[in-house]
Design a protein around this ligand. Structure first.
Ligand SMILES: *Cc1c(COP(=O)(O)O)cnc(C)c1O
Length: 457
């Protein structure tokens, strides 16, 4: 089909929106390793998780065999407020780069929370409400997840208690106010409100916090407060399931025009947007129906895939959560306060970890200043101010497009543009003022963290 016929933005009709989420695990021969009870090292049973998570979400978490889960109508209606998200042909960027590559991006920043996180937040809030809970607790790094969850909770009339990583709380006061606008209460983490927070503060005085710390606090709060459960915005299988809506829409849009991607690229923090974007494509790959190059992009300052160990580890710094087998830098690893807060998690989705271990996807890491150069280049031609997290994917998409320019190959590249960067102007300011640092952990630092991985036998 000639390129002239492909519009700048491929939208779907409401009737073309997915009616079920796709569970990638159903097609995996090697299933992701189960969550383990940290005391017994036995797989976590649904009953054991029930004090922490909502019942329906536990079912989704533990189900490795059901390929499709119907999206409840209330959630589909909420999705219709801001979805389908556009799949954009980056004609202007292609022109600027003078590349023969065809570049597409799936833009998830068209909602107030500014990222893809709302796709799972609304699902998790729905199941919490359905279970008759009063409220939920959570952590937020950069603030996108907390904002998304605040929106979802206010929609269903649930309380929302957010522990926000301290460095972000200070860097992004406006994010905090958006959350409060939606009725959430927001506490900087580590805090003195929880036992685990007090312990972390004693051990690391002056720490700027991490997602791992904030998770521990949110879990403690949920398990010690009547009628509350804990919800998580990434990493978990259930979150990847909800985020499959991104990939399903992308696939439908591409199929409409007979487009087959060669390379699919996404940034990876805990792996949810990438897991969601690639889901139907990886499904085809697993079933032997098609092949794609799939690339995860992570910050050089927090390189879970590229320099981490594939091992059982705690999901949180306070070591209160179950053990997950994943590429990890160690639950005690507190990354340098870089400006892609959403990518500062020490571990990685166990589903993506298994796929990576099986050689079904690639990973690469990029330093922060290169990411902001790509972000600025993209903003100037495509008109969207990207989130620093998203700009990791932009950077590698541009690199791949430039490689096509050298070789003359007309590859089709699809990447996930997960969100907007309006709350990241402190980071952009540092970049513009030449004050941005590319902090990369040393092997010794990583080894010190690996030495503290739980001993499994
Ligand atoms: C949270 C976030 C990410 C990273 O999280 P994943 O679970 O790896 O997708 C990426 N981009 C944006 C804009 C985010 O808010």
């Amino acid at each position: 089909m000639s390129t002239e016929k492909i519009p700048y933005k491929i939208y779907l009709e409401e009737s073309e929106m997915p009616k079920a989420w796709y569970n990638l695990r159903a097609d995996m021969k090697n299933k992701p390793a189960p969550l383990l009870n940290p005391a017994t090292h036995e797989p976590m049973k649904a009953e054991e998780l029930a004090g922490v998570f909502c019942e329906e979400l536990i079912k989704q978490e533990l189900d490795d065999t059901t390929p499709y889960f119907d999206i409840p109508e209330d959630i589909r209606n909420f999705y219709k407020m801001y979805r389908p998200s556009p799949l954009v042909r980056a004609y202007c960027l292609e022109e600027k780069l003078q590349t023969p590559a065809k570049i597409y991006y799936k833009f998830e920043g068209n909602n107030t929370s500014g990222s893809h996180k709302l796709n799972s937040a609304i699902a998790q809030a729905y199941y919490a409400k359905k279970q008759g809970l009063k409220g939920v607790t959570t952590e937020t790094g950069a603030g996108q997840w907390g904002t998304a969850l605040s929106m979802a909770c206010s929609y269903f009339g649930l309380d929302c208690k957010v522990y926000m990583v301290k460095v972000s709380y200070e860097q992004k006061p406006f994010r905090r106010e958006v959350m409060r606008t939606y009725g959430a209460s927001v506490t900087p983490s580590p805090s003195t409100e929880t036992q685990v927070g007090r312990k972390i503060l004693e051990e690391h005085p002056g720490t700027t916090g991490s997602l791992g710390c904030a998770i521990s606090e949110a879990v403690e709060k949920a398990t010690t407060t009547e009628g509350y459960r804990y919800v998580l915005g990434s990493v978990l299988n259930q979150v990847l399931l909800h985020q499959s809506v991104i990939g399903l829409e992308t696939k439908t849009a591409l199929d409409k025009y007979g487009i087959k991607p060669d390379i699919i690229i996404g940034c990876a923090g805990g792996g949810s947007n990438l897991g969601g974007l690639i889901a139907p494509f990886m499904g085809e790959k697993l079933r032997g129906e098609a092949d794609y190059r799939i690339i995860a992009v992570e910050p050089a300052s927090c390189p879970s895939f590229t320099r981490g160990k594939y091992a059982y580890d705690f999901c949180d710094t306070g070591m209160v959560c179950p053990l997950a087998k994943m590429y990890t830098l160690g639950s005690g690893f507190i990354p340098a306060p870089n400006h892609a807060g959403g990518l500062r998690y020490h571990g990685m989705s166990s589903t993506l970890s298994q796929l990576y271990a099986d050689g079904l996807m690639e990973a690469t890491s990029v330093p922060q200043t290169a990411v902001f150069e790509a972000a600025e280049q993209f903003a100037r031609v495509e008109g969207i101010l990207p989130a620093p997290e998203s700009a990791h994917a932009i950077k590698v998409a541009i690199d791949e497009a430039m490689r096509c320019k050298e070789t003359g190959e007309e590859k089709t590249i699809v990447f996930g543009l997960t969100g907007t960067g309006y709350f990241d102007m402190v980071a952009y300011e540092k970049f513009h003022d030449g004050k941005m640092e590319d902090y990369i952990p040393t092997d010794e630092e990583l080894q010190a963290s690996f030495d503290k991985l739980p001993k499994m036998d």
